[in-house]
Design a protein around this ligand. Structure first.
Ligand code: HMG
Ligand code: MG
Length: 298
């Protein structure tokens, strides 16, 4: 019993590019967003308002947000770890902001330089301010199955984090397998734990493909009724604070899986492959999407 349609959040411009060592011109990022929305993506995570010392690639957040041609019906989201980030983002009128916490203390420290409890103190006023401004709020939950520093993460930690997110007013949450170590049953347990606090319609799957498990994990999540997923065109990405972790599942691969199952996404796969080719060429490397490689070889 699978959902009839799936909503995708394209995270390539943010999660995909944040780890790139070579500065990429803002114009390329803007063009990428343009191509993604032309391909039918209706939610795009554009950039983040974090410290440029920590993540130099996202330092052009204002430029990118100002440069994109906003379409009605498309939701543009951005990451904001604290009030400073939120205030900076506010000027650029995102439709949704994302606070990002972790189910692992060690990862929280490495990624955002504070404990899980402290992160909630920072997020709470951000969430309040966003909701007051009519901006939607999503919560990313990192390391929900495994952590690069702590190893396996039990579902109770995910349940706890989801409860904290709920308590501060976060409207929907991403169950993220930051380093791609998850397998279907573990991912299902993390989702189950999240569902102690959030209804399934408000839970999304954010799977990195480091161990090649992301599509299997997606199928496992679909079987639970999850119908929101995050992915990255061309399989771009990796988190700077999760060494060795590869990108999110490639959007092309995810769309191929879903369409093959008769699940609607509203996405034109050929146009999406073109967007993937555009950014792969800009980065000077082959696409990370198996589906794109297969289609381009026809
Ligand atoms: P901090 O050092 O604890 O912050 O960093 P602070 O408040 O002590 O400030 C220190 C300096 O940073 C000050 O500047 C602040 O102004 C500046 P200085 O006086 O030294 O010149 N600062 C900021 N600058 C710009 N924007 C801000 C901001 N806040 C403070 N918002 C902070 C805390 C969170 C800022 C830092 O740790 C940081 O930027 N971390 C980067 C986090 C990040 O972007 N990680 C990658 C995204 S998460 C991810 O990829 C996972 C996800 O995909 C899900 C998954 O797969 O798991 C979402
Ligand atoms: Mg991620």
């Amino acid at each position: 019993n699978y959902p009839a349609q799936v909503r995708l959040v394209e995270v390539g411009p943010r999660d995909g590019l944040q780890n790139e060592k070579q500065p990429l011109p803002a114009a390329v990022k803007i063009e990428l967003v343009q191509r993604l929305q032309a391909a039918g993506l209706r939610e795009i995570e554009v950039t983040s308002y974090v410290s440029p010392k920590w993540v130099p690639q996202m330092a052009d957040n204002h430029q990118v947000m100002a440069g994109i041609e906003r379409r009605t019906g498309v939701r543009y989201s951005v990451l904001t770890p604290n009030l400073k980030g939120f205030e900076a983002a506010l000027a650029d009128r995102p439709d949704e902001i994302v606070v990002f916490g972790a189910a692992s203390e060690a990862f929280s420290q490495k990624n955002i330089n504070c404990s899980i409890a402290e992160s909630m103190e920072r997020f709470a006023p951000v969430v309040q301010a966003a909701l007051a401004a009519g901006i939607a709020v999503r919560g990313a939950m990192s390391c929900t199955v495994g952590c690069p520093y702590e190893g396996e993460i039990p579902p109770e930690r995910v349940e706890m984090l989801a409860g904290l997110m709920k308590a501060i007013g976060v409207q929907r949450v991403d169950v993220a397998d930051t380093i791609g170590v998850g397998t279907p049953l573990k991912v299902q347990r993390a989702i189950e734990a999240t569902c102690k606090h959030y209804e399934i319609d408000r839970v999304s799957g954010h799977f990195h493909d480091t161990y090649g498990q992301a599509l299997s994990n997606t199928l496992a999540a679909l079987q639970m009724g999850v119908w929101n997923f995050q992915s990255s065109v061309a399989g771009l990405g990796g988190c700077p604070y999760a060494k060795g972790a590869t990108g999110n599942v490639a959007t092309e691969d995810l769309v191929y899986l879903l369409h093959g199952m008769g699940i609607a996404t509203g996405i034109d796969l050929d146009a999406l492959v073109d967007a993937g080719t555009f950014i792969s060429d800009a980065l000077g490397r082959p696409t990370g999407s198996r589906v794109a490689r297969a289609l381009l070889a026809r």
